[in-house]
Design a protein around this ligand. Structure first.
Ligand code: ADP
Length: 629
């Protein structure tokens, strides 16, 4: 019985294809992903039927083949899958998107990209019309006594089904590429698309041919002769390591796969193999890259797959924000890839996946910390960035990470938050029972302050990464009765106020006159002179900026809505150490000019030691110093 039928595709609109074509133009390359995925699905189905004993024929070679015919301007995707009968074509192809074609037409205006439309309305096959003005199917079903069928459609709603010519089980999809889409007749372009989407598909995909040199007997002198033969060009790795059991993998496998994904990148620090099948299905490998303090982070380096089909590198919402800097792959058929962003955020699976990844990462870090603390500390520079970011942005992560987040001091020692608390609480609790944590963001510039603190046996932490400002705020919020102060925020005795006020050797009149001498020497409204009593070994002058003021200004600079503070000039305190011998000398110097010179010199030296002396003032200072010696 010959098949011969004409008809029209059952959708309730005149012509859907011009819409598809025009609207989806921007990412039209995904037609190939859709068609190759269909071919892979059909192949997997026949293999499953065979393994269940429901298909008794030979499977033979099931490689999917993509081929170009430049003369006829066709691109063909061939599989040896289950094929279709004419009835099945009518059911699956003609009644396009019967779940919601009308809806489709109504909604197409709101859709943002091709993925969204295709997924939502099951238009995978029809995406072919984005690039072809005629699509032909030649297919033979695996079923006994099935007849080959041919379907052809020119992109209108009219189609034709006739008897086909295929003699082997499976399907050919033949696209007659349209004028505007001739790029898809270029083999490099096709290769590029396949590399992107089909690289890890589970069924071998062959594209084009490549020539290989093989030995072909010997020549007269007994040297081997060679000839060129055509070799299959399988373009994909059908068993990527994320689909394997972690127990079957070695470090080399993970490192090798990393190199395969990111050829020119340094080895990762470590990785996490994700593997869960309930309540959602997800596999993948997340790598922690070496980032150091590089500001130039590379986001969107995680590839998202659905059953080994590449979907996107935009994993926002699926991967917690703070892990966006990780590399690797995630594969899940349960992520609704094709719906809009807002839907994704509300999706309960996505939330669960997000939580799962957060938990896995936290567990892995805690594991590394417990197993080999030394190695963990060595990597802290890199890991710290993720951990701190996570602690700031996710409450749940903070609760876990407080056990393995490290604080590093100026002596390169590392402590957990609790260990540090134990270490300093005796000596660094002030008279109001507040624990004062001192830190520096610049070990070299703030050296004089660090030394003053160390003289009192105070410890100083180093917070110098871009994230530390926020991390400091977070710690203050989380830790009870604890304040963090930058070591140059005040003179050391004022940073941690103790009960006993330090002894003052100057009289009230002397204090007044010292203040006047310095004010006269400095002559700057933004420098506020105060006479303090520090140890005689401490520097004669310190220039400090109040912790609160500085933080507000930092925030204003980062665009934190503190513009009021941003527009204020830098106000500093000039703390003169009344107990220093130099100050006594100034008091006892008769000559007014000499008094001013000494004060100016001491003040400039303080600025110099903090890297604050620049420009004409620095030149002035140098010239004055030459004169003095
Ligand atoms: P989806 O793949 O999302 O179901 P498609 O529009 O891509 O939507 O395909 C519709 C149906 O057509 C498929 O579900 C399948 O039954 C059938 N089909 C498409 N391509 C093939 C093929 N290469 N071999 C066998 N059946 C196919």
């Amino acid at each position: 019985m010959a098949i011969q039928e004409k008809g029209s595709i059952s959708i309730h609109t005149e012509n859907i294809f011009p819409i598809i074509k025009k609207f989806l133009y921007s990412d039209n390359e995904i037609f190939l992903r859709e068609l190759v995925s269909n071919a892979v699905d059909a192949t997997q189905k026949i293999k499953r039927l065979a393994s269940l004993g429901q298909y008794k024929g030979e499977l033979e070679d099931t490689t999917v083949e993509v081929s170009l015919n430049e003369e006829q301007k066709t691109l063909t995707i061939s599989d040896k899958g289950i094929g279709m009968t004419a009835e099945e074509i009518k059911k699956y192809i003609n009644q396009i998107a019967f779940s919601g074609a009308t809806e489709f037409v109504e909604k197409f205006k709101d859709a943002k990209d091709a993925n969204e439309l295709i997924g939502k309305f099951g238009l995978g096959f029809y995406s072919a019309f984005m690039v072809a003005d005629q699509v032909e199917i030649q297919t033979l079903s695996y079923q006994d006594d099935a007849l080959p069928a041919r379907w052809i459609c020119d992109g209108s709603t009219e189609f034709e089904i006739t008897q086909g010519s295929r003699t082997i089980r499976g399907t050919d999809i033949i696209l007659h590429i349209n004028k505007e889409s001739e790029e898809f007749l270029d083999k490099h372009r096709i290769q590029q698309i396949l590399d992107k989407y089909a690289r890890f598909l589970p069924i071998p995909i062959k594209f084009g041919t490549k020539t290989e040199s093989v030995e072909d007997g010997k020549d007269d002198e007994g040297k081997p002769k060679y000839k060129s033969i055509e070799a299959d060009n399988i373009i994909n790795n059908t068993n990527p390591i994320w689909t394997k059991a972690p127990a079957d993998l070695k470090d080399e496998d993970y490192l090798g796969f990393y190199k395969e994904l990111y050829p020119f990148t340094d080895d990762p620090l470590f990785w996490i193999h994700l593997n869960v099948d309930y309540p959602f299905n997800l596999t993948g490998i997340l790598y922690f890259p070496q980032v150091k303090n590089d500001v130039d982070f590379q986001r969107n380096k995680i590839k998202l797959f659905s059953r080994q089909v590449f979907i996107t590198e935009e994993v926002k919402d699926i991967v917690p924000e703070f892990l966006m800097l990780l590399h690797g792959v995630i594969d899940s058929p349960d992520i609704p890839l094709n719906v809009s962003r807002s839907f994704l955020q509300a999706d309960s699976n996505v939330k669960k996946i997000n939580n799962y990844i957060t938990k896995k990462v936290a567990d892995k870090l805690f594991d590394l910390f417990k197993k080999d603390r030394k190695a963990y500390e060595d990597k802290w520079q890199d890991i710290g960035l993720f951990v701190k970011y996570g602690m700031i942005s996710e409450e749940k992560f903070y609760d876990k990470a407080k056990e393995f987040a490290l604080l590093e001091n100026t002596k390169n020692e590392h402590f957990t938050i609790e260990e540090y608390n134990e270490k300093i609480k005796e000596n660094q609790t002030d008279k109001d029972d507040n624990l004062i944590i001192l830190y520096t963001n610049d070990v070299l510039k703030q050296d004089s302050f660090i030394q003053s603190a160390n003289k009192k046996d105070y410890d100083v932490l180093v917070f110098n990464s871009i994230i530390d400002n926020h991390f400091i705020n977070q710690l203050e919020q989380k830790l009870e009765k604890t304040q963090l102060k930058r070591v140059d925020a005040d003179i050391v005795d004022k940073l941690i106020l103790k009960e006993e006020a330090p002894a003052h050797i100057l009289t009230e009149d002397q204090v007044k006159s010292v203040k006047e001498v310095f004010e006269k020497a400095i002559q700057k409204g933004t420098m506020h002179v105060e006479v303090e009593s520090l140890g005689p070994d401490d520097a004669p002058v310190h220039v400090t900026m109040d912790e609160f003021m500085r933080r507000m200004k930092d925030m204003a600079q980062l665009g934190g809505g503190m513009s009021f503070y941003g527009s204020m000039p830098d106000n500093y305190k000039v703390a003169v150490n009344g107990n220093h011998p130099l100050i006594s000398r100034i008091i006892h110097t008769e000559n007014a000019e000499e008094k001013t010179q000494l004060a100016k010199q001491a003040y400039d030296l303080a600025l110099l030691s903090q890297g604050l002396l620049t420009g004409p003032e620095l030149t002035d200072f140098v010239n004055r110093s030459y004169k003095m010696i």
